[in-house]
Design a protein. Structure first.
Lengths: 477, 1050
């Protein structure tokens, strides 16, 4: 009897304690809500780091565009690499960067600040653009909805991703208004919304330029380019090097330039012979910026891409040119898009009949000048004369060659352009794990194969082959 | 309601129940003794027949009660034959009880510390005596269980002093959560966490472990252990609730009970350690590449001198410039002979020494008892400047406060830690075989400015620091204070009723300091300060009623428990130092890394059990428990689970007991155990990130939280047979179990394109079933000589039945070794290795690329192995001749695989012996080449392509990314223990007051009798004691230890 009573008593005592269970299980460490600007530094940093650092920025971009070559552990220069090369960029761009940007868009909507929505949209578009250019078809419309119940997103065809991004970037441009954005959180532009507009429209031009030759493009690329270039007041674009879209890194880890961080402990890279040969042929002053003289002979010695480790070892670390000091400094900016690049886009568009792009030669020369200024090189007096723009195909080749040089440091973009145009003509290394061809893409990460198998298979079927480096991008077909 | 008020409540109950007790006639005192040795039996029941009045004997067996002269006393004690005694006119009496031969004194401690007669149990329980743990003792208590108990698998992580071990009972129940048993010391659950995951990676849910700080239960001092009871199944553990789903290890510490007067014991144990197994290296070729080497700066300035592989020139005594060649006035190195140093790595290991000294004082009187013990353990590692230290003070005391009211408390203070837990991962696999490591002892070039360190002597400066420099100047130290204790009051108002209230705590504060001087890969040095604080409070009460009704004995328990756990981790890191070698966070040259985390959890429980015993041969137990956990959502936070078990002693019941078959028992049980989850799994939160300069930064969480979680449920069935044969010469126990855990709470990976890494879900079911056999016997038993043998065998089959629609669940996340995935996959045993493999023709021959002559690796991945053993077992033999005893233990594990990364790298780099064939060039790989025919089929022809350079061939044959090449069967048979002990003649020592003395020669891990893994000890775990098992990564090798144990009692 007593026992039953006691049991009952204690039952009450204990169940009463359930009342503060909610308090005990309330997380004291992490916030459940916050203003959108607190998400911006992480999202932006991770997006930029994935492109100028990590496997894309340190190896895939610079080696496969033959801006740089490996002098140690040369496997990746022969297109032989471990799976984290393809896993990490996907992971960082989708989860770390786009996860934040998606939330910034949501919080911008919830807080009635269109500018945060616009920033979220622009950065998300930038990240999606990198993803589709690296992998091909990607989850886009159904992506990033994990907390909204869509954990297994379908893949969209690359052309649809492109069209969607151009629309998103227009939406972003149109959303931007006079409301303030936190200066500290906006580590890209310090709250300057005009610069965000310029980025959005310039990025649109980059995407549209790649759609110009595509008959099956879902949108009319010429018309869209004309929309932007024909109305600079409504759709401003980069107007000088001062407008360059770049992340100004800080002096100390973990906020320093990833190349700087890599070179603290590694010394695996040299400038590529493909680069030094062209710069030397052009007598280009950027050679002294892009490369250091070697430590032994004091010459600029580029390294051929894809040597075996022994061949590279025999060349020697001290007898080959490292990347220029400019690029290994802690605070060297991570460039997302430059005024020079925009000029080369305009030059190409002009050559392809987009009248709003103006005169091709003017844009071409402006591009060269902008690039020289960007890297602190003085344009030699006769440079533009020697390199004067020719007509027809030869002219386009010149534009693309100069673009390839100007994209030094934006090496992932350089690889994309090489894949799209085949210019400059680069030779794949003798020892090649891609049948003697420069890779057309990175294979999808194993996580998608394992976890999102059906959608993954559908995407590959649409792209027309197995998950290899050989599958061509829509814009390079 | 807080801890204090719960305790107060418990005391109030005790008072409430004590009211209204009165007795009449005259007082009677007596003593209950064992007929065998004449010692008092504490806790024996003395009841006046036909009433519920009676008493329980105290520590020395005495009792007092009131009874009239016509009363008959029923005296009973577990393991002894009960006696009825007519009191008559006596007021003082001694009662000697005889041991019950049918029971052989098998009393075991069961859940909640309840002592039970083993024959009454409907489930399997196994016990180890403390004496089995002290002589051939390992530093980590868990290792002492290896091979001794059926179904218990212990894996020692590595040979580092103070390293962790994993223990698993009857397979893995949980796909993503803890699979190790609950540890309970004197009734109070303690923490067995290792917290080895570094905080920076904890934030992104990875399994990265850089340093092994040992597991919580490792620190329990064997000198203080009376018994260890292993509760294997859910039935045995049902009363412990959630955390007992994986079984329970009950530790009962020594006390002064049964002692009279003052006693002193001293024990000294000293062992030396040498590597148990070292790889078979090649000693014919030195550092370099393509047969070439010439040292200039170790960074690629010379010929292949930046290479840390052994594809260099033949070690034929030729003269070559080397890192230690003398440098002349012009800075030119004078070439020195290029010779082999076959024992360089063996000799790098110093002889480790482990010394453990214990002194204990016990005392007892009729009112109380105590035991006070101090133990000091110092272990010097096999790597220079590594060690482990542990001091333990244990006090266990009890006192009879008043008639029927006793108090008992125990407290253990443990301080342990290390000055350095550096483990030099993979140092000798990226290596030049010619290196004279002894020469490197001079780790810093003399007379150099410390700020210029490392101006170090080393064979390579591109990737590696001088190993002595690393051991001396890049240290991982920790210092941990731990207090485990409890206090309890027991009130026995009636002879059949006991009320116990208890509160206990496990408190731990581990201060970890990592000081790393600048070196290769670390430009400015670093300093980390990581404080890990754990506190677990448990307060419980238990009311026990035990009464005989004719032939039926009924035992009822009712209790409740409140558990409150608190965890805090504060981590500060200076990733680059301004002033070299000044280890202070304020000296950080860059932004300080911060990690700060606090978690709380509360679980309230009520439980009860009822046991029925009919004529002492038919038994039925039922238990029920309800938990309320703070970690689950309001609607699912209360969960109930029952158990039932029964046993029948057929020999007694059917009366066919004979000397051939004195004992035969059948038992069966069914149980359910619920489980909750980690705190803060319900609500979506943002993650703190390192700031951008001075700008505070957060990010969207990588995890999708779940506000609708339900508790996990394990259901287990167990049947068994226990028998003794041939005059108790042979004991046998066979158990079959089958358990399923469903509704698993998983952190399932989701496609990253969803914006998230993983999602907390309730899904999945895993099944484990198996057999356990325990056999023991005494084949020879004569007056002077005795041979005892114990054999155990356990076979477990695990199967992942369902993952709620997921194709697989990745167990290891974060940075992986060679991208080998460890996963759960429906239809397979838990813990598949999933990875790349060699392509083969239909007959199994390797396919080679005709153009290169290299084997072809798959472009996809498949299941290439599994971590679960098929069976485990052990054989213990003990031979006693007069005062001498020799005993040995063999430990067996069969089945399952291991990924050996050091073998992987060592073959790639040409340091291992198997890279010798074909060193002179033109290797033709054994296998086939594949041709695609016009009709789409394939035909195969022998490979004829010769590869000119052996380095190129082996780099591709032993492709680092071909995971299958480094999966090995993890089988082993180990000679685990050997002891030769002698009881020293006391006569000689009695003059100095010695009552007993034993000396023993002891050895552990003496020999590897069978293994299919080349080069390394197959028992290893790079990732420590978590669920990520089966990986090796060139850690400190495990140790063979040999020494002595000397014990005295005064």
């Amino acid at each position: 009897m007593k026992k039953t009573l006691l049991l009952a008593l204690s039952f009450f005592a204990l169940t009463a304690c359930e009342n503060n269970f909610d308090a005990i299980n309330a997380n004291p460490n992490d916030p459940t809500s916050l203003p959108p600007e607190l998400l911006m530094p992480h999202g932006i940093k991770l997006a930029v780091n994935s492109v100028v650092g990590g496997s894309l920025g340190l190896d895939v971009g610079p080696l496969w565009s033959q801006h740089l070559a490996r002098i140690q552990y040369t496997e990746i220069d022969q297109y032989n690499f471990t799976t984290d090369t393809q896993d990490t960029p996907w992971q960082n761009l989708y989860v770390e960067a786009n996860g934040d940007f998606q939330k910034i868009i949501e919080l911008g909507k919830a807080g009635n600040n269109e500018n945060y929505q616009a920033i979220g949209l622009i950065m998300r578009s930038y990240a999606f653009a990198q993803l589709t250019d690296v992998y091909g078809d990607i989850p886009y419309k159904e992506a990033l909805l994990g907390t909204k119940g869509t954990t297994y997103p379908k893949y969209d065809a690359q052309k649809d991703v492109y069209a969607g991004l151009v629309a998103d970037l227009k939406t972003a441009n149109d959303l931007i208004n006079a409301k303030t954005v936190n200066k500290d959180g906006d580590i890209l532009f310090g709250g300057n919304m005009t610069l965000w507009k310029k980025f959005a429209n310039s990025l649109s031009l980059r995407l549209l330029n790649r759609m110009l030759d595509k008959a099956d493009a879902p949108i009319n690329a010429k018309t869209e380019m004309a929309r932007i270039l024909g109305d600079p007041a409504k759709y401003p674009v980069l107007a000088s090097n001062a407008d360059n879209v770049q992340l100004l890194y800080l002096a100390d880890a973990p906020n320093n330039n990833p190349v700087n961080q890599n070179r603290k402990t590694r010394d695996d890279h040299r400038v590529s012979k493909s680069l030094t040969d062209r710069l030397t042929a052009l007598n280009d002053p950027r050679l002294a910026v892009f490369a250091n003289k070697d430590a032994t002979t004091g010459k600029y010695v580029g390294v051929a891409n894809g040597l075996t480790n022994t061949e590279a070892g025999n060349l020697g670390l001290a007898k080959t040119s490292k990347i220029g000091d400019y690029f290994t400094a802690a605070r060297v900016p991570g460039v997302l898009m430059s005024f020079a690049e925009l000029n080369f886009i305009k030059a190409e568009a002009a050559l392809k009949g987009v009248t709003a792009a103006g005169d091709a030669a003017t844009a071409y020369e402006a591009g060269i000048k902008a690039s020289m200024t960007q890297f602190g090189a003085t344009l030699p007096a006769d440079y533009l004369k020697t390199a004067a723009l020719q007509t027809g195909t030869a002219g386009l080749t010149q534009v693309l060659e100069q673009k390839w040089l100007a994209l030094f440091g934006q090496d992932l973009e350089a690889w994309t352009e090489v894949r799209r145009t085949g210019i400059p003509v680069l030779k794949a290394p003798t020892v090649s794990y891609n049948e003697g061809q420069i890779p057309q893409r990175l294979p999808y990460p194993a996580s998608e194969e394992n976890l999102n198998g059906e959608n993954f298979k559908a995407a590959l079927a649409r792209m027309g082959g197995p998950n290899t480096m050989k599958l061509k991008m829509w814009w390079s077909k | 309601m807080n801890q204090f008020s719960t305790t107060l409540c418990a005391l109030l109950w005790l008072l409430a129940i004590s009211v209204g007790l009165a007795q009449t006639p005259r007082p009677v005192t007596g003593r209950v003794l064992s007929k065998t040795d004449g010692k008092g039996l504490p806790g024996a029941n003395v009841v006046i027949k036909g009433t519920t009045n009676g008493a329980t004997t105290n520590a020395d067996g005495t009792f007092t009660l009131s009874a009239s002269p016509d009363a008959t006393l029923v005296v009973s004690y577990i393991g002894y034959v009960s006696q009825d005694i007519a009191l008559g006119n006596r007021t003082m009496l001694d009662i000697a009880l005889a041991e019950d031969a049918g029971q052989l004194g098998e009393v075991v401690i069961t859940a909640l510390g309840i002592a039970r007669d083993k024959k009454a149990l409907g489930y399997n329980v196994q016990e180890l005596k403390g004496s089995e743990l002290t002589q051939a003792r390992p530093t980590n208590l868990l290792n002492a269980l290896s091979g001794k108990i059926a179904g218990v698998q212990v894996t020692n992580s590595n040979g580092q002093p103070g390293s962790s071990s994993r223990i698993m009972i009857r397979g893995a129940n949980s796909i993503g959560n803890n699979n190790q048993p609950l540890f309970v010391v004197d009734g109070i659950p303690i923490d067995n966490g290792s917290y080895n995951t570094s905080p920076s990676s904890a934030a992104t849910n990875t399994n990265n472990v850089t340093v092994d700080y040992g597991n919580g239960a490792a620190a329990i001092n064997p000198d203080d252990i009376e018994t260890i009871t292993v509760l294997k199944g859910a039935n045995a553990a049902a009363l412990y609730g959630s955390r007992a789903a994986n079984g329970v290890i009950l530790v009962t510490t020594k006390s002064g009970k049964n002692s009279k007067g003052l006693g002193v014991s001293v024990n000294s144990n000293v062992t030396t350690e040498r590597p148990f197994r070292l790889p078979d290296y090649q000693n014919e070729y030195g550092q370099g590449s393509k047969g070439l080497f010439s040292y200039v700066d170790g960074r690629g300035g010379g010929i292949a001198d930046g290479v840390d592989e052994s594809w260099g020139p033949k070690l034929d005594g030729r003269l070559l410039p080397q890192y230690n060649s003398p440098v002349d006035a012009n800075g030119v190195r004078t070439p020195t002979p290029w010779v082999a140093n076959p024992d360089n790595i063996k000799n790098f290991h110093q002889t480790g020494v482990t010394s453990s000294q214990n002194v204990a004082i016990t005392g007892g009187s009729d009112k109380g008892d105590f035991r006070l013990s101090y133990t000091n353990l110092y272990q010097k590692g096999m790597y220079p400047n590594t060690n482990y230290k542990r001091s333990t003070v244990a006090l266990n005391a009890g006192y009879t406060l008043a008639k029927n009211l006793t108090a008992r408390a125990s407290i253990n203070y443990i301080r342990d830690g290390s000055d350095n837990r550096q483990n030099l991962n993979l140092y000798w696999t990226w290596f030049g075989r010619q290196v004279d490591l002894n020469d490197l002892k001079q780790d810093v070039v003399p007379d150099t400015d410390p700020s210029q360190w490392p101006v170090a002597r080393n064979w390579n400066s591109n990737y590696w620091n001088n190993p002595y420099y690393v051991l001396n100047r890049q240290t991982y130290a920790n210092d941990k204070d731990r207090v485990v204790g409890n206090a309890q009051l027991t009130y026995k108002p009636l002879s059949w009723l006991t009320i116990m209230g208890r509160t206990g705590m496990d408190y731990g504060l581990d201060r970890r300091t990592t000081k790393r001087a600048r070196g290769v890969g670390l430009v400015n040095g670093e300093f980390f300060n990581d404080n890990v604080f754990t506190r677990e409070m448990n307060t419980d009460f238990l009311i026990t009623g035990d009464k005989q009704f004719g032939d039926l004995r009924v035992t009822v328990n009712a209790g409740g428990n409140r558990r409150f756990t608190y965890f805090q981790r504060d981590y500060l890191g200076a990733p680059e130092l301004k002033i070299p070698n000044l280890y202070n966070i304020a000296n950080s040259a860059v932004q300080v890394n911060v990690y700060n985390r606090m978690t709380s959890k509360m679980v309230n429980s009520l439980y009860g059990s009822a046991g029925f015993s009919y004529k002492d041969y038919l038994f039925l137990d039922v238990t029920a428990r309800n938990d309320w956990s703070s970690t689950l959502p309001a609607g699912n936070r209360s969960y109930f689970y029952p158990s039932v078990s029964a046993s029948a002693v057929l020999t007694d019941m059917l009366g066919f007991q004979s000397s051939t078959l004195p004992y035969l028992k059948l038992r069966a049980g069914w149980a359910q155990v619920g489980n909750d989850t980690d705190p803060y799994s319900l609500q979506q939160v943002f993650t703190a990130e390192s700031p951008w300069g001075t700008t505070t930064t957060f990010s969207e969480n990588n995890l999708i939280f779940n506000s609708n979680l339900k508790p996990e449920m394990t259901q287990a069935t167990e049947v068994g047979i226990e028998t003794r044969l041939f005059q108790n010469r042979i004991n046998a126990e066979v158990t079959y179990y089958d358990k399923k855990t469903s509704n698993q709470i998983l952190r399932a990976n989701v496609p990253q394109s969803s914006g998230y890494f993983n999602s907390i879900i309730n899904a999945g079911q895993i099944r484990n079933s198996g057999w356990e056999v325990e056999l023991s016997g005494s084949p020879i038993k004569t007056a002077g000589f005795r041979w005892d043998v114990t054999v155990n065998y356990a076979r477990n089959r695990s199967e992942v039945i369902d993952l709620g629609g997921l194709t697989n669940y990745q167990i290891n996340t974060g940075a992986l070794l060679r991208n080998v995935i460890l996963e759960a996959r429906p239809g397979y045993a838990y813990g598949n290795f999933y990875g790349t493999y060699y392509r083969r023709d239909p007959s199994g021959s390797l396919i080679f690329d005709p153009a290169t002559g290299y084997p072809v690796m798959s472009s996809d991945r498949k299941v290439i192995g599994n971590i679960m053993p098929k069976w485990t077992g052990g054989i213990q033999n003990s031979f006693t001749y007069k005062a001498f005893t020799f005993s040995t233990l063999f430990d067996v594990r069969m089945g399952g695989q291991l990924f050996a990364h050091s073998v992987n790298i060592g073959r790639y780099t040409g340091v291992l012996k198997e890279t010798l064939p074909g060193r002179e060039g033109n290797i033709v790989g054994q296998g086939v080449v594949e041709t695609k025919n016009a009709d789409g089929t394939f035909s195969y022809a022998p490979n004829t392509k010769a590869v000119v350079q052996p380095e190129d061939y082996y780099h591709n044959f032993y492709n680092r990314n071909n995971n299958e090449a480094y999966m090995f069967d993890a089988d082993y048979i180990k000679w685990r223990e050997a002891k030769l002990s002698v009881a020293l003649p006391v006569r000689l020592l009695s003059r100095i007051g010695v009552k007993g003395a034993t000396f023993a020669l002891v050895g552990r891990n003496l020999a590897l009798l069978h293994s299919k893994v080349p080069h390394i000890d197959p028992e290893t775990s790079y990732y420590g004691d978590g669920n990520v098992q089966g990986f090796e990564n060139g850690n400190i090798p495990s140790a063979r230890s040999i020494g002595f144990n000397l014990g005295f009692t005064f």
